[in-house]
Design a protein around this ligand. Sequence first.
Ligand code: ADP
Ligand code: MG
Length: 232
Amino acid sequence: MNSASSEQSAATSGIEISGLHFAYRRGFQLSIPYFHVASGEHVLLAGSSGSGKSTLLHLVAGIDDASAGEIRIRGTNILGLHGAQRDTFRGKNIGMIFQTFNLLQGFTALENVMMALMLAGYSTSQQRSRAESALSKLAIADPHSPIEMLSVGQQQRVAVARAVAGEPCVVLADEPTASLDPANARAAIDLIKEAARTAGAALIVTSHDPSLREAFTRIVEVSQFAPTEAVR
Ligand code: ADP
Ligand code: MG
């Protein structure tokens, strides 16, 4: 794919999905004719377990590949990028928060955030200053603590700091509250929304938990995406 076909005018911001089709070998399929999340917009992607929420986030992050369609982020079709180009694009533009945080044990909070910024192509001095700033905004008292010494709440803050330290234009959070009690779940959602707001990012949070619905003005059910082709 040449660069002309993977770029378009800056008119479309945030995340723009069109004509997307994905299928696991002999199994689950996901089709999305059109879906747009604007810069600064926050969306709850709801639906029961197994409905395809993680699948969609993995496609938006370019972790999985679709069989058809485009996912434009800041106008660039991430599915049209390959290998190191796609990894660098993801590092620069997409912040991800996972249910189990996916922080690297044996490294400090600061090192965890700096590593993400290194993958995004920042210089060592930029990695350090951005990581320190993100961790301090998220009230991490000791950025030099090994990850495993921090409480679960502090680890989640480090995961949020890692996701937003590079000021991505897209933040994706997959079931970020699944292991938290209701009070902490709402606090975590508020933290993620605030971090995304500060970065000016388009935010998609997935959850099967109906109690999170009141935290969002836009809620999309995965099951409401119509098939791209006429159904029989
Ligand atoms: P959710 O995140 O909403 O719980 P997923 O996106 O994880 O749903 O999964 C959607 C569907 O795809 C489920 O039916 C699941 O069993 C299936 N699925 C998930 N991962 C794979 C895989 N690696 N291979 C085949 N099927 C999968
Ligand atoms: Mg999931």
